[in-house]
Design a protein around this ligand. Structure first.
Ligand SMILES: [Zn+2]
Ligand SMILES: [Zn+2]
Length: 346
């Protein structure tokens, strides 16, 4: 089968001809219909996130049709449309048993620790294949399994609920989903903090109150807009100590700041006045859980979380096209996602 693989860190991905994976009794073989090209893939190619077993087929945002079903897999049949949960976990360690499989002692990420979806076929454990409703196109089924799932996990970790207000710091892929999900949760006012004018305009057009962090301190702007109350939840999606601190400072009493963006910087908080006095909480957010995916799929099926066609761009399963898409990802400022749709005629 055709696959596009990382053979050497720091070098372009390469076209390869590899055997179709052999499936065991607990696996399913999926004919890939769509695979999202993600920022993480650019990091793997560049060596920013380490990969130790090369060559490797990248691609952790995958949807397709079931081709073969292992004898122990009972919830799927050949031909079923599915999307893939990218975290493969053991199911039996302490964390898996508690439903916290992102901390599995032997967890593997598809497209990082094992071959992913930049290929005609992918083998995954049956438990990682979730039925994809007919209303959801394969392209959307692929890209929703990464940043959208994490945005939902962030809202869940922050215990965000109907009637609460929220500030979203950063309007990239995560923010695009977080804003729509916050509205789907029947949240009250949604503030989006950004410095990019196009993103501010886009957030406003989707129902958010745009906070331009270039014009004045966003914390002061949020305080002014809320009559010095602050917001119930703040999501930090950028990965900067400055905006993490702002996310904490804009909280109302008993507010929760969920930190999702990654940074190596340190952040400073005055415990008494900025945290203890308000009984505020700072919550770390990492990945998402299999148990959250049915709700996510339903939000997309019902149209509450949308990826309009103009936000999707399609390329073939071809190294040159994929490398060009990875190059373009570095400096993209819009919400257009590139999805690999393998042509069937080769
Ligand atoms: Zn991703
Ligand atoms: Zn485990």
């Amino acid at each position: 089968m055709r696959a596009v693989r990382l053979t050497q860190v720091g070098k372009p991905l390469e076209n390869a001809d590899v055997p179709v994976p052999e499936t065991g009794p607990t696996d399913v073989l999926i004919r890939v219909a769509a695979a999202g090209i993600c920022h993480s893939d650019a990091h793997y190619r560049a060596g920013i996130s380490e990969i130790d077993n090369l060559p490797l087929t990248l691609g952790h945002e995958v949807a397709g049709a079931v081709e073969e079903v292992g004898s122990d897999v009972t919830h799927l049949s050949a031909g079923d449309r599915v999307c893939v949960h990218y975290l493969v976990s053991c199911g039996s360690c302490e964390f898996c048993v508690r439903g916290l499989e992102q901390f599995c002692r032997s967890g593997q990420m598809i497209g990082k620790h094992r071959d992913g979806g930049y290929a005609e076929f992918i083998k995954v454990p049956g438990g990682n294949a979730f039925p994809l409703p007919d209303e959801i196109p394969f392209e959307v089924g692929a890209i929703m399994m990464c940043s959208s799932a994490t945005a939902l996990h962030a809202l869940n970790k922050a215990r965000f609920k109907a009637g609460e207000s929220i500030a979203i710091f950063g309007f990239g892929g995560l923010g695009f989903s977080a804003l729509q999900l916050a509205r789907a949760f029947d949240g009250a006012d949604v503030y989006v903090v950004e410095i990019n004018p196009a993103k501010l305009a886009s957030a406003a057009s989707m129902g958010a109150i745009a906070i331009d962090a270039r014009s004045a301190d966003p914390v002061e702007q949020i305080n002014e807009a809320t009559a010095d109350r602050g917001v119930d939840v703040a999501l930090e999606l950028i990965g900067s100590a400055k905006t993490m601190r702002q996310a904490v400072l804009c909280l109302a009493p008993v507010g929760r700041a969920a930190l999702v963006g990654l940074t190596a910087e340190s952040m400073s908080i005055h415990p008494y006045t900025e945290l203890i006095n308000k009984e505020a909480e700072i919550i770390g957010v990492s990945d998402h859980l299999a148990t959250e995916l049915p709700a996510l799929i339903e939000f997309v099926r019902s149209g509450k979380l949308r990826f309009p066609p103009e936000t999707l761009r399609v390329v073939d399963l071809d190294a040159a096209q994929i490398n060009a898409a990875l190059d373009a990802l570095q400096d993209s400022i819009d919400h257009v996602r590139t999805v690999i749709v393998p042509s069937s005629d080769k």
